[in-house]
Write a protein that binds this ligand. Structure first.
Ligand code: CA
Ligand code: CA
Ligand code: CA
Length: 223
């Protein structure tokens, strides 16, 4: 064998080793590219929200018109409709994390008074790829977990004006902790009653947001 043939074979062998090494690396890369994580995502479905006494309603608009509701069943939820239109409820859905889905809402109670009552209902939809559970609600930076609150059965009093006196009473209960598979949705609802210590002449506004967790990490902190 000539010297040039030997050199050629040597270079060829080195190339072959390099190619096989490259092939091994590219295998590893291909395996990596197959790893995909799921997406935890949910939304408040904007078309599903309904609530009593929406601002702008007139008498004759639907069953409830614009006439107010009175919390006649206190300390339990429920109300009777009055024959006067004095206050009203405004709701604006909010995308608080900017991902294109609504996850929060701004509730504004206008010209309301003690025992004014409203009810808010909507659907929550799992638009991610892994099962989730609705974990908690945050009202003006305070976290609430249904399992704790349901034991009370009398709702939660909340001070919106930071004067140490509660202004509203909130009940909820539907579907906290219920597992939602991708594409599934669930109903949620709240009842709100204005309390005696609410300040006169104030517009009561609060931000209410929902948080969901992956289904296998659901837990409720002990008080
Ligand atoms: Ca009204
Ligand atoms: Ca969002
Ligand atoms: Ca207050």
């Amino acid at each position: 064998m000539s010297k040039s043939s030997v050199t050629f074979l040597t270079i060829f062998a080195i190339f072959a080793v390099m190619l096989s090494a490259f092939a091994m690396w590219s295998d590893v890369l291909r395996i990596n590219s197959d790893v995909r994580t799921g997406e935890l995502d949910f939304e408040i479905m904007s078309g599903t929200i309904i609530y009593l006494d929406a601002c702008g309603l007139q008498a004759g608009d639907g069953v409830s018109g614009g006439n107010d509701w009175n919390a006649s069943n206190l300390p339990l939820p429920g109300a009777v409709q009055l024959d006067k239109d004095v206050g009203c409820t405004d709701i604006e859905l909010v995308d608080s994390d900017g991902d294109g889905d609504y996850d929060a809402m701004e509730v504004t109670l206008r010209n309301v008074y003690p025992w004014y009552y409203t009810h808010i209902a909507f659907k929550v939809h799992n638009d991610g790829t892994i099962p989730l559970k609705i974990w908690r609600m945050i009202i003006d930076n305070t976290e609430y977990y249904e399992l704790n609150e349901q034991e009370l059965q009398e709702g939660v009093e909340i001070d919106l004006t930071n004067d140490g006196k509660p202004d509203i009473l909130v009940w909820w209960g539907d579907n906290f902790g219920v597992q939602l598979e991708p594409c599934e949705s669930a109903d949620m609802s709240f009842d709100i009653t204005v309390l005696q210590d609410a300040p006169q002449g104030a517009t009561l506004t609060f931000n209410l947001s929902l948080e969901a967790v992956q289904w296998n990490e659901y837990s409720v902190p002990q008080k």
